[in-house]
Design a protein around this ligand. Sequence first.
Ligand code: SF4
Ligand code: SF4
Length: 285
Amino acid sequence: MLNLAIASGKGGTGKTTVAVNLALALEQENVQLLDCDVEEPNAHLFVKPVIEQSYAVGIPVPSVDPEKCSFCGRCAEVCAFNALAVFRDQVMVLPELCHGCGSCAYLCPEKAITEFDRPIGVVETGRADGLSFAHGRLNPGEAMSPPLIKAVKKLADPNAVTIIDAPPGTSCPVIASVSGCDFCLLVTEPTPFGLNDLGLAVQMVRKLGLPAGVLINQCDIGDGAVEKFCRENNFPVLQKIPWDFELAGLYARGETAVMHLPVWRRRFQSLYAGITGLVEGAVRQ
Ligand code: SF4
Ligand code: SF4
């Protein structure tokens, strides 16, 4: 079964709306929606799942036993994130900078380092409208989102079509969200900002070797530069959604187009057919 990521180079393009509608439009028995936009998860506002399970996620950070430590400085040398500083008779740990890689504990010659879990957020799982749903909620002020994103992605069911709502942008959290997916749909808008950020997102998916395509949202508000870019870069435009008063009203009320307007269910089903066609084409190559 397919794993599809819905991403965008910038926020506010309608990425979550597309992810939610696509998930709800599919009539397979098993569809899963994973909201990996853990800093600002909002797919649940539209899907309205009944949350059945919630658990904390943390990352292992070091704790130094001063009785065993010889203050040799090896741990600070190996830490690529400057999360440790060794002084003459003290080791300072900066837990917020620690990525939980475990190198310092592994390489400490005195075995003076143990690890404890520092909580970074929670994962919540549930169901709604036949969908299996999960999202992560990063703790306020927390910067270390990729481990929480990975915890949400771990829930991907190999027997389900999985739709992943990625965070906006092209940085580490996005890469953590889209890596390993079968396809990445980039949602953009036909404006100069949309074009600029689409260019960065295209570079990202190409570096990751991901089959990808574009959905142009509010396709009638800007100019033709995004479509020209896609043509020139041989990047498929799979769907265009015009600005629509009815759609905007549904969005404002936290409702979805596919649950209220049958035409949009068909359009999202046709988007899915386009995606599967491209994925099968990529597999044959
Ligand atoms: S590597 Fe181990 S012994 Fe050396 S300073 Fe760090 S904690 Fe202390
Ligand atoms: S676990 Fe990794 S990132 Fe964290 S302090 Fe140790 S070496 Fe640095």
